[in-house]
Design a protein around this ligand. Structure first.
Ligand SMILES: C[S@@+](CC[C@H](N)C(=O)[O-])C[C@H]1O[C@@H](n2cnc3c(N)ncnc32)[C@H](O)[C@@H]1O
Length: 467
């Protein structure tokens, strides 16, 4: 097994010491905060971090004319905070489920709490009646008794979706499809809110679970779910939404409502935002080798009707920032598309490592690392054009360990930005210990091994750039 062999010896001149003004970038607190708590998203950053960044880098005066951009918007943390601060918010998000959640959040201010409450009550009563009928049939007749009900409801189930074991048990599938059918006639933004509630809760009553990647429950040592209520978790979510909408209206109604709220469901790389139109960019692009957002949200994408088949998934993978190791490992050698000799040397070293393992060894991983940095370069190029002179970009990224080599993505991104004409103001450590990412052969997990004198820590850093 390989261990961390060494850090890249780039010796870049940036400081990675933490300072106090930006709070921890980890999103754990989002679970407790109004609006942010609606849909969990792995590797999202904290609302407080974004709030601090806006406070530090956008003067209070004239905020209503300033545009805040998040090119990798996730479930909309930056956008919600930008609206609360009275700015225009624009986001790009390639994953249609995350985009749906972000849209539900930024437009929730257009909902009248009283009319939403009525809709939630209608849903709750209709679903409670349906569930008790399903529970009775299931208890009395088991799978055979479900066949007729499911035949009718299955027109709404995703034809293209495949899973190793049935995703829902028969009674849960009937309940979920009935709940989904209920959302069809709703007007926006109510429909987006109901569907976000279904998407945020559906794994909890399915036969899969997040570990943090999506796994079957038996694969993760958990029992199958033979029957469960769909109404309870979904209504709990809808009740929380209702509470938060009233809170948002009371505290931010006027300033939030008057601002532009735009979420583009698609790749930032196709962004047509004008030159010099962004006053502040706050984002966290996918980390290197961190999380396969596309695969892990297949259930939501299919069951909410956001994609139809594997071609859609493939397109997402191809257009995703950095693509994924799984999608580039088999290609012929992919090289850096820009000149950066020190990085090219590291990628060449990686390519020569475990050659006998082919795409699973250095050659496959080198393709991935080169693709990742090629996308970093495209991202910086586009961002540079869109930032106003003097505007900041705050980019939260983490280091990664690939086949034993540490890639300090923050340092490399900063270097790339400087080469493209942006000023690096600071690289600030915002979190020391990252957990939950998949690390291959890393001493971070396995401790120090023979021949190695340092142990590599995972961290998150904010790269602060000025146009
Ligand atoms: C680290 S997450 C951002 C989380 C976000 N800060 C939040 O708090 O929710 C990165 C996001 O980038 C999205 N993404 C990946 N490639 C993209 C692309 N080319 N254009 C737009 N979004 C993309 C992923 O789907 C993922 O949601």
């Amino acid at each position: 097994m390989a261990v961390v062999r060494e850090q890249m010896g780039l010796g870049l001149p940036y400081d990675v010491n933490g300072k106090a003004e930006l709070r921890d970038a980890a999103a754990a607190e989002n679970k407790l905060l109004p609006v942010h708590r609606w849909v969990p998203w792995i590797a999202g950053f904290s609302a407080q971090f974004v709030e601090d960044a806006i406070e530090a880098y956008l003067p209070k005066q004239g905020r209503r004319r300033q545009r805040v951009l998040d090119p990798f918007a996730g479930v909309g943390t930056t956008l919600v905070e930008a609206l609360k601060a009275g700015c225009h918010a624009v986001g790009y998000e390639i994953n249609a489920f995350a985009a749906l959640a972000a849209r539900a959040k930024v437009h929730c201010i257009d909902v009248r709490p009283a009319s939403f409450a009525v809709e939630v009550d209608i849903f709750r009563s209709a679903m409670a009646r349906f569930e008790s009928e399903i529970d009775r049939r299931w208890a009395e007749g088991g799978p055979e008794a479900m066949a007729g009900v499911l035949d009718t409801l299955r027109a709404g189930s995703p034809a293209g979706f495949r899973s190793r074991i049935p995703f829902f048990s028969p009674p849960v599938e009937a309940k979920f499809l009935s709940a989904l059918g209920h959302t069809a006639p709703l007007a926006e933004p109510h429909r987006a809110l109901f569907r976000a509630a279904l998407g945020a809760t559906m794994i909890s009553f399915s036969n899969y679970s997040y570990e943090p990647s999506l796994s079957s429950r038996p694969g993760a040592g958990k029992a199958l779910i033979e029957n469960a209520s769909v109404t309870l978790p979904v209504c709990r979510k809808l009740d929380a939404m209702l509470e938060d909408i009233a809170w948002a209206d009371a505290n931010y109604g006027t300033i939030w409502r008057r601002q532009q709220r735009e979420i583009v469901s698609g790749s930032y790389f196709n962004s047509a935002l004008g030159r010099g139109t962004v006053s502040l960019l706050i984002t966290s692009p996918p980390y290197m080798n961190n999380y396969h957002y596309v695969r892990n949200t297949r259930p939501q994408l299919y069951w909410l009707g956001l994609i139809q088949g594997p071609d859609d998934l493939r397109n997402y993978e191809q257009e995703s920032f950095g693509k994924f190791w799984q999608t580039v490992r088999q290609a012929g050698a992919i090289d850096l598309a820009f000149d950066f000799p020190a990085l090219a040397v590291e990628i060449a070293r990686l390519r020569a490592y475990s050659v006998e393992r082919g795409q699973y060894g250095g050659p496959g991983w080198a393709n991935y690392v080169a693709t990742y940095f090629n996308d970093c370069s495209r991202f910086i190029q586009l961002t540079k054009r869109q930032l106003r002179p003097g505007a900041r970009a705050i980019i939260v990224v983490g280091n990664s360990i690939i086949q034993g080599i540490e890639f300090q993505v923050d340092q490399l991104l900063a270097e790339l930005a400087e080469r493209q004409g942006l000023t690096v103001e600071e690289v600030r450590l915002v979190r020391k210990k990252r957990v939950g990412n998949s690390i291959i052969n890393s001493s971070v997990r396995n401790g120090r091994e023979d021949g190695f004198t340092h142990k590599t820590r995972l961290y998150d850093a904010a790269v602060i750039l000025r146009a």
